[in-house]
Design a protein around this ligand. Structure first.
Ligand code: 3SL
Length: 233
């Protein structure tokens, strides 16, 4: 039986061997939710950057620049980090250079994996289906917040474990903890999340509708994958 593990913070990546695994990178609030939304609305590619200045340099090269630092849109960038900025025809056919406080850092640390895919509640079933039919062992990498563990990414990891529980073997206790947490939260994830640190942070920035949307499962069927340094479908 293939195995699943959950890396609860990118700062713990040194504990995991990724060469033989499919890595699912998740940053529910809000980087990977934005990426999934953008692909569902026809974006051509997203190039993730850990470094802000490298991302900014792409602006004159046929890319739109997107992302945030500490939740706020970067001055001079074209777009911020709300999924509602990546809907409709506003991104169709575009190439996006994207940098965020945690999400794109987690992608950077996952390079070197056999396969890197992008997960969110918005494409939860597409992620689970892909993992089910792949032979690779699985590692879910939670973006967290500046090295600290967060609830929302852990809940997503738990949702994947719950969906695949009859077909996978947990590698340690993190998948089991995440699964228990998800089962406690699943009947009302918005309520469960109301005291979480990032929800409080985002509430201060007035983005309540982003939180509700990002916690809604299965809005889209797309599955972004990393090819070299670029995310495509
Ligand atoms: O850290 C990230 O990658 C972001 O998703 C954080 S925020 O939701 O935009 O604050």
């Amino acid at each position: 039986m293939k195995t699943i593990d959950v890396c609860l913070s990118p700062d713990l990546m040194h504990l995991y061997k990724v060469e033989d695994r499919t890595v699912v990178v998740v940053d529910i609030l809000r980087a990977t939710s934005c990426m999934v939304t953008a692909f569902a609305h026809g974006v051509e590619s997203i190039t993730p950057f850990a470094n802000l200045d490298m991302c900014r340099e792409m602006r004159g090269q046929g890319y739109i620049t997107s992302g945030e630092r500490d939740g706020k849109m970067v001055a001079g960038f074209d777009k911020g980090n709300s999924p509602f900025e990546y809907m409709g025809d506003q991104v169709r056919g575009m190439r996006i250079a994207f940098t965020t406080t945690n999400g794109t850092q987690a992608i950077e640390k996952s390079k070197g994996a056999k396969e890197v895919i992008i997960g969110s509640f918005l494409n939860l079933s597409a992620v689970a289906k892909h993992l089910l039919f792949s032979d690779n062992n699985i590692l879910i990498v939670c973006a967290g917040w500046k090295g600290k563990v967060n609830l929302e990414d852990t809940l997503f990891a738990g949702a994947v474990v719950e969906k695949l529980k009859d077909y996978i073997q947990p590698d340690c206790d993190a998948p089991l903890a995440a699964q228990h947490l998800y089962n406690l939260a699943k009947s009302d994830m918005v309520k469960f999340m109301s005291n979480s640190s990032h929800v409080k942070r985002l509430n201060r920035l007035n983005v309540i509708k982003d939180i509700e949307f990002c916690l809604t499962p299965d809005q889209y069927k797309v599955l972004p994958k990393l090819n070299g340094h670029v995310l495509t479908l």
